[in-house]
Design a protein around this ligand. Structure first.
Ligand SMILES: Cc1cc2nc3c(=O)[nH]c(=O)nc-3n(C[C@H](O)[C@H](O)[C@H](O)COP(=O)(O)OP(=O)(O)OC[C@H]3O[C@@H](n4cnc5c(N)ncnc54)[C@H](O)[C@@H]3O)c2cc1C
Length: 309
């Protein structure tokens, strides 16, 4: 068995990647199949994910669009009560931040609404593979509706006022932590999540060094009797898990794995939700292993976005 410290990484690299590369990198966390990423793997992976209906992967990329439309067209969008879109009416245009999933599903529900059609047409123009099975070429109203859509680059989103920045700037964080912490993190409903799957990952495989990895508990000092007891429990559990894998599947064998088991979870949400998470998860009332990762993360976010945090 292996014991590692918890950690987190703000996904800056993925912010710079293309949509499809980003979606592949996120999706492969579930299967721990990052070793299969190469120059040609992203497109087929994302197409397969979309076809199989693993829709939460399609939540892991958002775009911010600037839309020039009439008040009536804007009102028609609001009348749809789109739940997962972040919308602001500015003087010059409407700002809409939406994930690929939310745009796909909004089009399926209300593709005939002019502003929805215009936004999805704009996105499908450059990224048709993301809208396969959804985008049907539109309803022929684009020219007559005269709605202009543009994409805001991240650098432009970062120049928005603090209130708009908090709402429209999404940030992904990859946590390597224990299963108790991830069980709490997933209670934050506005976030999108992808997590290493104990159903797909078979820790007896070479790529996992044929062993289970556990997160070092911050409660027990190494060298103490308590730590030794904890370590013995993990060793025994690992032995039973590996034995069960000889005759059963990972989803069956995982039933013996404990809270200390290492897992990876990608959490993606806007800065306003990160602010809410930090308010709840960094105080003395919060679980200490949660605070262990959230306090330094909150400090790093504050350094980046002092006006928001
Ligand atoms: C110290 C601590 C102890 C806890 N103890 C327990 C416990 O013993 N048992 C337990 O089950 N949980 C416990 N929790 C989890 C807690 O109850 C929340 O589920 C979790 O913190 C998510 O926070 P949230 O509901 O404020 O907001 P999030 O889910 O992060 O949502 C953010 C915001 O979205 C809005 N929102 C989202 N969904 C809805 C909705 N359906 N209706 C209305 N508004 C919505 C709200 O404005 C909310 O503030 C604990 C959390 C903490 C921090």
């Amino acid at each position: 068995m292996q014991i590692v410290d918890p950690s987190y990484t703000i996904q800056d690299d993925l912010d710079k990647a293309s949509l499809v590369v980003r979606l592949e990198a996120c999706g492969r966390i579930c299967y721990k199949s990052e070793d299969l990423i190469n120059n040609d793997s992203a497109l087929p992976f994302v197409k397969k994910i979309a076809a199989h209906g693993h829709n939460s992967v399609m939540e892991m990329a958002v775009v911010t669009l600037g839309v020039k439309c009439t008040d009536e067209q804007f009102d028609a969008l609001l009348a749809l009560e789109p739940k997962y879109l972040f919308i602001d009416r500015l003087d010059s245009e409407v700002l809409v931040t939406a994930s690929i999933r939310s745009l796909r599903e909004l089009y399926q529900r209300a593709g005939k609404t002019a502003i929805v059609e215009a936004m999805v047409a704009f996105m499908a123009d450059g990224h048709d593979y993301l809208f396969e099975g959804v985008w049907d070429g539109g309803h022929g109203q684009l020219a007559e509706n005269n709605i202009e859509v543009r994409k805001l680059e991240l650098a432009e989103v970062e120049t928005l006022s603090p209130e708009l920045l908090a709402k429209h700037r999404f940030s992904g964080v990859l946590f390597i932590t224990n299963r108790a912490v991830t069980h709490e993190i997933v209670r934050h409903r506005p976030c999108s999540f992808l997590q290493e799957s104990q159903r797909y990952c078979r820790y007896s495989q070479d790529k996992f060094d044929n062993q289970v990895t556990f997160i070092k508990p911050m409660f027990y000092e190494e060298g103490t009797e308590e730590f030794a007891l904890w370590q013995k429990a993990m060793e025994d559990t690992e032995a039973i898990y590996l034995k069960l894998l000889e005759t059963s599947t990972p989803q069956a064998a995982r039933t013996v794995l404990p809270n200390s088991c290492k897992t990876e979870i990608l959490v993606y949400c806007n800065l306003a939700e990160w602010r809410h998470i930090f308010n709840l998860r960094t105080t003395p009332a919060a679980e200490p292993s949660m605070r262990e990762v959230m306090i330094p993360l909150a400090a790093e976010m504050k350094e980046r976005y002092p006006a928001v945090f």
